[in-house]
Design a binder for this molecule. Structure first.
Ligand code: SF4
Ligand code: SF4
Length: 207
């Protein structure tokens, strides 16, 4: 997190006397980053006043390279590479603890989602590639079956990551306890689900 302090400090203009004036300084793509985040998830990152409540309650913050509130600060400053290249956006578990604690009503988990999407759109290599592969495989399963089939998800995820042996005993125990179904169950309305995927990808129902 020292890098975060250095980066922010280096952006303080010569005339800025305190951190409150940081809002006067932003990176070259600052407005664009804020605009795209708001467009994708409806959240205005400028609402955040850096109280840190989100980070204090986040169960995954200890593992992130920048804390949840720092993701928002860097987004306010328009530091796209730092935000979209961080591990934080991939490690976020979407638990919503931050959103329930935020006095400004910022749904940080939605911002994290938007940042993941932007990172993929812009071809930025995920700092946590296994998590990115899991997301992709999870969504592929939902698109195909209408819900996740855990056995297929696990098998294909392991093929993609070439990690065949971690958690193997946990998997066997789950299978023996009937937690992993052999045959995928299909839900009704799979065409509608596919159309939703198509709309989200192309922005039109008929694409
Ligand atoms: S709790 Fe809300 S206002 Fe406080 S730092 Fe987090 S996002 Fe910003
Ligand atoms: S939604 Fe993400 S950022 Fe928010 S508390 Fe949960 S893991 Fe942390």
């Amino acid at each position: 997190m020292t890098n975060f302090s250095n980066k922010v400090t280096s952006l303080v203009s010569e005339n800025a006397q305190c951190c409150c004036e940081l809002s006067l300084v932003e990176g070259p793509t600052g407005s664009e980053l804020k605009r795209r985040i708001q467009e994708l998830c409806g959240e205005n990152v400028l609402e955040c006043y850096q109280c840190g409540e989100c980070t204090a309650g986040c169960p995954v913050a200890y593992a992130m390279d920048i804390a949840p509130n720092q993701v928002l600060r860097l987004a306010q400053l328009g530091l796209e590479d730092e935000v979209l290249g961080s591990s934080a956006i991939w490690l976020c578990a979407g638990c919503e603890t931050c959103a329930t604690r935020c006095p400004k009503g910022v749904a940080l988990s939605r911002v994290m989602d938007a940042c993941r999407q932007l990172a993929l759109e812009r071809g930025i290599k995920p700092k946590e590639p296994e998590i990115a592969k899991f997301h992709d495989q999870f969504l592929t399963e939902v698109k195909r079956f209408g819900r996740v089939h855990e056995l297929t998800l696990t098998a294909l995820y392991k093929v993609r990551t070439k990690d065949f042996f971690s958690d193997v005993f946990t998997g066997i125990q789950m299978f023996l306890k009937g937690k992993l179904a052999l045959i995928p169950s299909l839900v009704k309305g799979r065409d509608e689900i596919r159309r939703l995927f198509s709309r989200s990808r192309h922005g039109s129902e008929d694409s």
